[in-house]
Design a protein around this ligand. Structure first.
Ligand SMILES: [Fe+2]
Length: 104
C-alpha cells in the first residue's frame, strides 16, 4: 500500500500496527518483567545480568514505538516510519531467540 502511494492507508495501517504492538507485544513484555523475569532472577541469581539485558530489549522496543507515534503525529506516514517498523520486528525476533536461548 505504501508502494502504491496511498499514504493515508499506510498511516492507518501504522496506527493499527502500533495498537497491536502496545496491546500484545509491549503488554506481554510488561507482564514478563512483573512475573517471569523476577522468578528467573530469584531462582537463579546468575541470570540477573541476562534478565537486565532482556529488559533493555523491551525498553528499546517501548522507545521505538513511542518514537513512531511521535513521527506519525508530527509528519504523518513516511519511509522512516517503515524502516523503524522493520527494525522493531528484527529486534523483537532477536529478543525472542535470546529469551529462548538464555532462559529456557
Ligand atoms: Fe520479552
Amino acid at each position: 500500500m505504501y508502494a502504491s502511494g496511498n499514504l493515508e492507508l499506510a498511516d492507518q495501517a501504522t496506527a493499527e500496527l502500533l495498537e497491536y504492538w502496545e496491546s500484545r507485544i509491549l503488554s506481554h513484555a510488561d507482564a514478563e518483567e512483573d512475573g517471569f523475569y523476577q522468578e528467573v532472577a530469584e531462582k537463579n541469581p546468575n541470570l540477573e545480568e541476562t534478565v537486565l539485558q532482556l529488559k533493555r530489549d523491551h525498553e528499546l522496543m517501548r522507545i521505538m514505538v513511542k518514537n513512531v507515534h511521535q513521527m506519525r503525529e508530527t509528519g504523518g506516514f513516511s519511509k522512516d516510519i517503515l524502516h523503524k517498523l522493520y527494525a522493531l520486528l528484527e529486534i523483537n525476533a532477536i529478543h525472542s531467540q535470546e529469551e529462548e536461548r538464555l532462559l529456557f
